[in-house]
Design a protein around this ligand. Structure first.
Ligand SMILES: *[C@@H]1O[C@H](CO)[C@@H](O)[C@H](O)[C@H]1NC(C)=O
Ligand SMILES: *[C@@H]1O[C@H](CO)[C@@H](O)[C@H](O)[C@H]1NC(C)=O
Ligand SMILES: *[C@@H]1O[C@H](CO)[C@@H](O)[C@H](O)[C@H]1NC(C)=O
Ligand SMILES: *[C@@H]1O[C@H](CO)[C@@H](O)[C@H](O)[C@H]1NC(C)=O
Length: 561
């Protein structure tokens, strides 16, 4: 039997059940996409932020011009929103403060030509500075992307096995020319380079939330590292488009978020940028002349100790999609922002994971010192949930709006991200199961359709499932919200209704979590074991010996307990 046939049978039972739930396609804000998946009521129109108030001390004529340029809709990017804030808030701006502010700017964008000169840019230069961002992307202005040694998991593998991977072994960001031309066509009809106001607001919101979260742990201001991470996220989105020669056509949304509902750690971002050949891009920081502010750099790219640690840490079972220690309960805190009903939704989500797997959680009243999850409620119509994928340092915040159709299901989805599970529709084998309508995607949210880096994620041989709680609905990030962006290849009409279900964990979601956490001592030695297992190589006479020796987990060969 082919995998899709097996899947067809497996999913048949679910279809009728889910159909009766009446999932409806829905796309928030037309083009902001679907954060956290699931279905929910349309949000109110985002309100515009008030225009900046010119600070005294600047010639008004010049200033008006600057604030025009700072308008994200005109600048083609909102990366300078902090400068806009500065215009808005800082009423009295002397030379010192101006310098302070530009120093912050150059700390964040050390590669900017004006910063490279080693002096403070003046107001005129500010105009030039901003103009630069709308061209060639953000990458060359940021701090250098550290070079990371990424071992090729296929280096010592029989070339035949490598061949058998087909699409599963494609490089990260691979983009087919046919899809590229479809995306280009969309952008002939629609503007693909303007930042939606909603994206900018989302970035600001989560910059604040994450900064608060991390500053509390660190005991010092972490806004720089949060900004860098969000800048890196944009850099990745730009690099992905560059792979398809789409740089001139599309500016990705700069909302701080990757794949619509996940955040990247700095390390993950650096790995992906290395995979996209951006290692070394950017600039070393150039010390600027005096100011009184301290300039301690919390984030660090150049300790040799660190790069060595990275080198050895980067491989599969111990790779950067960090798992949790399954031998003790995962500690979590329900922040006070959650109301009683919200808390029950999260507890119900956690209970569902516990009930179905060996994973155990422990609720605490306040954050412990080690790894843990903190659930926050964030009242925003523009998302359902947001999480890191895998365990993050110092802890994992999970943000939930509790404004979507099934709060418990969204909480399960985001918690599974925190446990290290990626989106179902971004699996390397997804093209066998769904057809992406490249003519209907929002090009600015292209990252929502990029399959995961095959060196980082494995299926462990668990089959693709339309009813996975980690799948997005079929109308995600659509141009025309009445037409799907993802069409199931099997039993299309019925399965389209299943996509994005948030009623409960699918059986494959449970199977995957069990493989990840409930088989201590059972290991795959290669990240591609899952893909090979799905090609039935565990029992293939030519490869069964290799598989038995190297792919125990994916081949289900550890059933002692
Ligand atoms: C400069 O900026 C830092 C950090 O934002 C702030 O703490 C300091 O007070 C500022 N100094 C002046 C003179 O504005
Ligand atoms: C991008 O352009 C390069 C050089 O012109 C070409 O080799 C490559 O195939 C293009 N990629 C895509 C996905 O169109
Ligand atoms: C990075 O580290 C190397 C080796 O320790 C050193 O030579 C180099 O100057 C450092 N670069 C920066 C930008 O600190
Ligand atoms: C794909 O999207 C385009 C544009 O919205 C639409 O015209 C076309 O019918 C869609 N194709 C399928 C198979 O849904």
């Amino acid at each position: 039997m082919t995998p899709s046939w097996v899947f067809f049978l497996a999913s048949a039972g679910i279809i009728s059940e889910v159909t009766s739930q009446g999932f409806k396609p829905w796309n928030p804000l037309g083009n902001l996409g679907h954060l956290g998946g699931g279905n929910r009521p349309p949000p109110p129109e985002p309100k515009d932020i008030p225009p900046p108030i010119p600070p005294p001390g600047f010639p008004l004529k010049n200033l008006l011009k600057i604030s025009e340029i700072l308008d994200p809709r005109k600048a083609g990017g909102d990366i300078l929103s902090d400068f806009k804030d500065f215009h808005k808030k800082q009423k009295k701006l002397g030379r010192k403060e101006w310098q302070n502010k530009t120093k912050q700017f150059c700390h964040r964008f050390p590669g900017h030509p004006s910063c490279r000169k080693g002096k403070f840019p003046d107001q005129k230069e500010l105009e030039e500075m901003i103009g630069q961002f709308s061209k060639g992307g953000i990458g060359k202005f940021l701090k250098k992307v550290p070079k990371i040694h990424i071992e090729d998991p296929l280096a010592r593998v029989d070339p035949k096995l490598k061949q058998l991977l087909d699409n599963a072994g494609r490089e990260f960001g691979h983009l087919n020319t046919e899809f590229v031309s479809k995306i280009k066509d969309i952008c002939k009809r629609k503007k693909c380079k303007e930042q939606p106001e909603s994206a900018k607001k989302l970035r600001e919101l989560f910059t604040q939330k994450l900064t608060d979260f991390e500053t509390k742990f660190a005991g010092k201001d972490k806004s720089d590292t949060v900004q860098l991470r969000f800048d890196r996220t944009l850099q990745i989105k730009e690099a992905l488009l560059e792979k398809g020669n789409l740089t001139a056509d599309v500016a990705p949304v700069d909302n701080g978020v990757f794949d619509l509902d996940t955040m990247l750690t700095e390390e993950q971002a650096n790995i992906l940028l290395n995979e996209l050949n951006k290692a070394g891009e950017g600039s070393d920081e150039i010390p600027l002349p005096e100011t009184d502010s301290d300039d301690e750099d919390g984030s660090e790219t150049n300790s040799t100790g660190k790069s060595r640690a990275r080198k050895s840490a980067l491989y599969f079972e111990g790779n950067l999609i960090k798992k949790w220690d399954p031998s003790s309960p995962i500690q979590y805190v329900l922040d006070d922002s959650l109301e009683a009903l919200d808390k029950n939704d999260v507890r119900a989500a956690i209970y569902e994971i516990e009930k179905n797997t060996c994973i155990r959680f422990k609720e605490l009243a306040s954050p412990p010192s080690g790894s843990h999850i903190v659930y926050y409620k964030v009242d925003s119509p523009t998302f359902c949930g947001l999480s890191y994928v895998g365990r993050a340092e110092p802890a994992n915040p999970v943000y939930l709006s509790f404004g979507c159709e099934n709060n418990k299901g969204v909480a399960i989805h985001e918690t599974m991200h925190a446990l290290g599970v990626a989106h179902q529709h971004l699996r390397n084998d997804r093209d066998q199961f769904i057809t992406i309508n490249w003519s209907n995607i929002d090009p600015q949210q292209y990252d929502a359709f990029v399959v995961v880096d095959s060196k980082l994620y494995t299926s462990y041989g668990v089959k693709y499932a339309y009813d996975s709680i980690m799948h997005y609905n079929g109308y995600t990030a659509a141009q025309n919200i009445a037409i799907p962006t993802m069409n199931p290849k099997v039993n299309s009409a019925a399965n389209l209704k299943v996509l994005g279900q948030r009623q409960k964990m699918g059986s494959t979601d449970i199977e995957l979590l069990k493989k990840m956490y409930c088989q201590p001592g059972c290991e795959d030695k290669n990240v591609y074991c899952g893909a090979w297992a799905l090609k039935d190589l565990c029992k293939d006479p030519g490869h069964d010996q290799y598989m038995a020796a190297n792919c125990k987990k994916s081949c289900n060969l550890c059933f002692a307990g």
